[in-house]
Design a binder for this molecule. Structure first.
Ligand SMILES: [Zn+2]
Length: 182
């Protein structure tokens, strides 16, 4: 790993922090003595995705991330939140310990997480993944979503933690609770 300050390749690890999904290492360059941090995580390169039509391709986190970004265009969602979703899915996939996995399972994992942060992005993503046969199937999905959001709002205003009752303010209330990103 090259030093970002001077390009030297030798560095000493001064601290290691394992947080389960990743390991962060503090390093000190052996030439210029500047400090920097590297992150290690499991690469799911060996995982094969089985598409709906039976074709197979290697798992690509970039592809997953770009699918999520596409659904979240012009929505108030930080890139860091999407990267966290991808990390979370990768982690779950790794735990499954399979060599092959259906693309629909990854799609469901992504939808489940998107649904919690932004209803519009969720519907956009779901409309691609679930390919609703017609408008009324899509409307049924939205009705379910609206019912769920209403229930969640009723539950959270009952314990006084939320003032929102519409879809929009509910989402805002949730995103304000998101941890700050560096
Ligand atoms: Zn250096």
């Amino acid at each position: 790993m090259q030093c970002p300050h001077c390009g030297w390749i030798e560095s000493k690890v001064t601290d290691s922090r394992d947080n389960g999904e990743t390991v962060q290492r503090r390093r000190r360059c052996e030439r210029c003595n500047e400090r920097f941090t590297t992150v290690e995580r499991i690469v799911l390169a060996e995982l094969t995705i089985v598409k709906r039509d039976g074709r197979r391709e290697p798992f690509s986190r970039d592809k997953l991330l770009s699918g999520l970004r596409h659904a979240c265009q012009k929505r108030p969602i930080a890139v860091g939140q999407l990267e966290a979703i991808v990390r979370d899915i990768e982690n779950e996939l790794y735990k499954l310990g399979k060599a092959e996995i259906e693309s629909s399972i990854i799609g469901e994992m992504a939808m489940e997480r998107l649904r919690k942060i932004d209803a519009i992005a969720y519907i956009r993503f779901a409309s691609v993944y679930r390919s609703y046969p017609n408008l009324s199937a899509m409307r049924d999905e939205m009705d379910r979503l609206l019912e769920d959001v209403a229930e969640e709002d009723a539950a959270s205003s009952a314990n006084g933690s939320s003032i929102g009752s519409s879809l929009g303010s509910s989402r805002t209330a949730r995103s304000e609770k998101a941890p700050p990103r560096r």
